[in-house]
Unconditional design. Structure first.
Lengths: 382, 381
């Protein structure tokens, strides 16, 4: 067993779906003991949210993906006896995470002020959709809706596509990741100064931060980002930046010298263009490239471009990617054993002291660790 | 501040590493960028969309506010000596060079650990240290292409579509900051340093952990984007963005029969089986798209919001910044460079003890802190 950086840290996770639980997962992989506080019987709502109708047991594969390496304590937060037990857990915990809408924890009596009274050294971390204030605070904090409201949907796809959302839950995942940063930084301060902290973040602030390059450019030019007509890769970058069809697949071209590109792929139409025109004339340059590149297979272009040191890459799907030695060398997959089924999932992307952080512990059943945790608390009291 | 008294020496360039250092700076760390003479961080010259601030790219200013700049030529023995002195008192060192570069300079982990055993040494690269791609450039679009990510956004008949924000750089930087912070926490107890490594490839695979896990366990079927109004390759109708007679609206997960009722869309009533909301999502989305085009976004949202359906208007930046909810977040800050230039940018998204983390310090001029740092740390050739 390796010595993990967050060993000895206990986290109580009052969270559902993805944003809060993904933060809990990262803390668990870094060595923390993460205990989900769930309502009895049904548990958190994410257990019943499946994608492609894939289930492991009573809970979805999606739930198992996000909640491996955690424990579960069942508590009815409307029952005073259960609240008393949860308060005992809070007294001993280092971190509490929740992603309820504003006001819910106050009603239960577990808001920051109340929790800090029980445990002044506690790091109390909360995720909301749109902040705790303002006209949108009651709106549902759902990923696609946040993408739509923050302008993100106008960054992707071609100009004629209409708004195109990211096909991964970027708001939830980034927000959970940033919460982890705030939590660990607060633990560092606690170790020095002995004080707890309130760490707050919202999905909306995370997605605005995510677009900081675009927004800074917008604030200082007041020009909205414009996607290119075709082969759009990034609204701020000139041609050739984007993905192009070849004879047998697709190739990605990043930023590069237009002259060198014209020469390397032998595209005479491109030769009149200079780097200074790469942004202003990107639609024309991209159209020329899109007409030229289907003449040869990806490997043909890639060899020439890479030989010249130009930034290009074949576009992979997962079948090709997982078959490639470069993917296999990472050893990114790890097995979990849940209810007699083997599930394959990804591991933590961070390596510490040259070692991958692995855990084959499956997600808990609702309340699987309630008794054990009560026993532990009683032993401490004795 | 949370990270008072933490000293970070950052050799990284562009976005991935520097975005991690920015977050550490926001939370109170002192971050010193080590830059090469003459040009500095290549990002200073990465002009985008032809928008420049004082001859430098807007994005350099966004990424490097609240940092200091120290110029050093790592190939000169005298400069390298000063850097080693600086590292001897540092808490964190970060770089994002390709594998082998720091070894050649003599600032690899083994060498730096000898100078400073308690240091947290963080490195970020494109494709990891092993495998046939380890020498390929760690560039955002290329990683999106390599990792299958481009097959998740946009409609089925469209080309593979990259995400229009540097998501790989940003996720990898976020993960690096997590690892650095975790190692610093450990160091605050044990006094021991650590090596923290993140590759952009591993980070963008982690980013896809939900859908990759689905792929690993569903008999390895490739994702299929919906034919129209694609929001997520793995989620049932109505999930997606729809055009109305004025503007667009987003619909997240929802019950098709409830929607049929609320929107007065009779043809949707035939989809009584929830399983069909996934299996026949193209058909459902087409019907919905046709129906929603018949009235305005405000009309539909008025009906749906009242019924607590998960929906939202789709806004661009011009619309967003006019919203009271946006203004109340106070996400915009103005930073000032030492030569008096004001740049409006965004703040750190995290709040601590109810306070915003915002600093008015702009990005440094190249080498502007050399003298002060030499003096402060007593650095000598």
């Amino acid at each position: 067993m390796m010595d993990l950086p967050l060993e000895g840290i206990t986290v109580l996770e009052f969270s559902q779906y993805l944003s809060g639980p993904s933060a809990g997962l990262r803390l668990a992989d870094l060595g923390a003991r993460v205990i989900k506080i769930e309502r009895p019987v049904h548990g958190e709502a994410g257990r019943k949210l499946s994608i492609k109708n894939l289930w492991v047991d009573d809970s979805s594969l999606l739930f198992h993906t996000i909640n491996r390496n955690k424990e579960s304590f069942a508590a009815d937060l409307k029952n005073p006896d259960d609240i008393a037990l949860v308060q005992q857990l809070i007294a001993k915990a280092d971190v509490l995470i929740h992603n309820f809408r504003p006001g819910v924890m106050q009603k239960i009596g577990l808001d920051y002020a109340a929790a800090a009274e029980i445990n002044p050294r506690l790091i109390y971390a909360e995720i909301t959709g749109y902040g705790t204030d303002g006209p949108w605070k009651e709106k549902p904090g759902q990923d696609l809706l946040l993408q739509s409201i923050t302008g993100l949907a106008f960054t992707t796809g071609n100009r004629s596509n209409g708004p195109v959302p990211f096909g991964v839950a970027i708001a939830d995942i980034l927000c959970g990741s940033q919460l982890v940063q705030g939590i660990i930084a607060a633990l560092i301060r606690r170790n020095k100064k002995g004080i707890g902290a309130l760490v707050e973040i919202s999905l909306m602030e995370s997605l605005l931060d995510f677009q900081f390059e675009l927004l800074t450019t917008y604030y200082n030019s007041r020009q909205q980002p414009q996607r290119s007509e075709s082969n759009s890769g990034h609204t701020l970058l000139g041609a050739p930046y984007g993905v192009y069809k070849t004879a047998d697949g697709f190739i990605a071209l990043a930023m590069m010298d237009i002259g060198a590109l014209a020469e390397t792929i032998d595209c005479s139409g491109l030769q009149g263009f200079t780097n200074d025109q790469a942004f202003a004339e990107r639609d024309r340059i991209k159209a020329l490239l899109a007409a030229h590149l289907p003449a040869q297979p990806t490997a043909h272009w890639l060899e020439k471009l890479q030989q010249r040191g130009l930034w290009a890459m074949e576009v992979f799907d997962w079948e090709k990617m997982t078959a490639h030695d470069a993917y296999r060398a990472l050893q990114m997959e790890q097995p979990l054993h849940a209810e007699g089924k083997e599930i394959i999932t990804t591991r933590c992307p961070i390596r510490i002291n040259g070692r991958r952080l692995l855990s084959n512990r499956p997600a808990p059943k609702v309340g699987e660790h309630t008794e054990k945790l009560i026993r532990e608390m009683n032993e401490v009291l004795k | 501040m949370l990270l008072d008294d933490i000293l970070v020496i950052d050799f990284s360039q562009f976005l991935s590493g520097p975005s991690a250092a920015l977050r550490l700076a926001d939370m109170g760390a002192q971050v010193i960028k080590i830059e090469k003479p003459g040009t500095g961080d290549i990002c200073r010259q990465l002009y985008v969309s032809d928008v420049r601030i004082e001859g430098e790219s807007t994005i350099f200013h966004a990424i490097n506010r609240n940092k200091q700049s120290y110029v050093a030529d790592l190939k000169q023995a005298a400069d390298l000596e000063k850097i080693k002195q600086l590292l001897s008192g540092a808490d964190v060192m970060m770089h994002n060079f390709r594998p082998g570069v720091m070894e050649r300079i003599g600032l690899d982990y083994a060498s730096v650990k000898e100078i400073n055993p308690g240091i947290v040494y963080a490195e970020l690269n494109g494709f990891g240290h092993e495998g046939p791609w380890k020498h390929l450039p760690g560039q955002d679009l290329l990683l999106q292409a390599a990792s299958g990510l481009t097959w998740l956004s946009n409609n089925q008949q469209e080309n593979p579509t990259p995400m229009g924000v540097a998501v790989v750089d940003i996720m990898a930087g976020t993960h690096l900051a997590q690892g650095v912070l975790a190692a610093l926490l450990k160091k605050s107890v044990s006094g021991k340093g650590a090596l923290v490594q993140v590759s952009m490839f591993e980070s963008i695979l982690d980013f896809q952990f939900e859908v990759l896990t689905c792929y690993y366990n569903d008999g390895r079927q490739l994702p299929v984007r919906s034919a129209v109004n694609n929001g997520h390759a793995y989620i049932s109708a109505p999930y997606g963005i729809y055009k109305t007679s004025s503007g667009y609206i987003a619909l997240a997960m929802g019950n098709i029969l409830v929607l049929a009722e609320l929107l007065g869309c009779a043809p949707l009533k035939q989809f009584t089986e929830p399983a069909s909301w996934f299996n026949k999502r193209d058909e459902i989305k087409q019907i919905l798209a046709g129906h929603l085009a018949g009235n305005t976004a405000a009309h539909w949202l008025g009906i749906l919001e009242q019924a607590d359906i998960w929906c939202a208007p789709v806004m661009d930046y011009d619309q967003l910044v006019k919203e009271e909810a946006y203004r109340l977040l106070q996400m915009e800050i103005t930073v000032k460079t030492s030569n008096g230039l004001s740049v409006k940018t965004t703040r750190c998204p995290i709040r601590v003890d109810g306070k915003l983390l915002s600093s008015a310090k702009g990005a440094p001029l190249l080498g502007e802190d050399n003298e002060a740092i030499d003096r402060l740390f007593g650095l000598r050739d």
